[in-house]
Design a protein around this ligand. Structure first.
Ligand SMILES: Nc1ncnc2c1ncn2[C@@H]1O[C@H](COP(=O)(O)OP(=O)(O)OP(=O)(O)O)[C@@H](O)[C@H]1O
Length: 253
């Protein structure tokens, strides 16, 4: 088993509105391992995004601990949290959030320069990543509004990887894409994971879920099931699809 990397201990998140409390995450103990592609699934409202936001320091838990490589991040102040996110985490979302007034290349470089002021190194890495995901120079010179949804999501992925994050958090990154663009994005995620990138991703899509080697199923803010799979390869697609479908059925998905 890979090295323990990110952990929650008795993690709770409660939202309060109009005098009502909603316990969205309830005493979660989750271990995430380095190099894993971990998927979080569950029905709508089960707390998947809330968990992802807590794990990545984008939101603070109500109770409990989040331990990243031995450091408890829930006690960080806002500057320390911002620093943690900038240095260690990459993010991709269903809504892509590229800056519209900059070229795709500048979107990526700007993210890179926030962490590394060695500009030639960032430019070199950005160009290598663009070519790896099949975005040509003609495309990276364009502005976001001139790209297809799939191209934009690939660009957003490059932006999230430019600083070589320890962990990539993804919230339904294929949710708004057609199946061919979705597959391109999943192929990239699979490739970077095979090179060692740790990924935690929320999805509703079984095609996305079977790229992972671990699926955690949430129900009402608790872990109600977990499936371990071999690392993805085209050769074991059928077998892993069946295992994932059976697992999801057992969990009344
Ligand atoms: N900032 C907030 N304030 C109040 N309630 C919230 C807030 N964020 C989330 N919730 C509530 O917490 C519950 C869980 O939300 P969350 O987005 O984590 O679910 P999810 O499993 O990701 O759902 P979906 O699959 O529909 O995206 C929902 O009932 C939601 O309304």
């Amino acid at each position: 088993m890979n090295k323990l990397f990110l952990q929650t201990k008795q993690l709770c998140k409660t939202f309060s509105s109009d005098g009502q409390q909603q316990h969205v995450l309830c005493n979660l103990d989750i271990d995430i391992y380095e190099g894993d592609f971990t998927i979080i699934m569950g029905s709508s409202g089960s707390g998947k995004t809330t968990l992802l936001y807590a794990l990545s320091g984008m939101d603070t838990p109500t109770l409990g601990k989040i331990i990243f490589q031995g450091t408890e991040i829930q006690d960080f102040n806002s500057d320390e949290l911002a620093n943690f996110r900038k240095k260690h985490c990459g993010f991709v979302f269903q809504n892509i959030y590229l800056l519209e007034n900059m070229s795709i290349l500048d979107n990526v470089l700007t993210a890179g320069y926030l962490v590394n002021n060695n500009k030639p190194e960032i430019i070199k890495r950005a160009k290598e990543l663009f070519l790896q995901v099949g975005l040509t120079e003609e495309i990276w010179r364009k502005f976001p509004s001139q790209l297809s949804g799939g191209e934009k999501q690939r660009a957003a992925l490059i932006r999230s990887l430019i600083n070589e994050p320890d962990i990539l958090f993804a919230d339904e990154p294929t949710g708004a894409l057609n199946s061919s663009s979705g597959k391109d994005v999943l192929d990239i995620l699979t490739k970077v994971n095979q090179k060692g990138q740790s990924i935690v991703m929320v999805t509703h899509d079984i095609k996305a879920a079977i790229r992972a080697n671990r699926i955690i199923y949430l129900m009402d803010g608790k872990v109600c099931g977990e499936l371990h799979l071999a690392k993805y390869s085209e050769a074991n697609m059928e077998e892993r699809s069946k295992k994932a479908r059976d697992f999801l059925q057992q969990n009344n998905w």
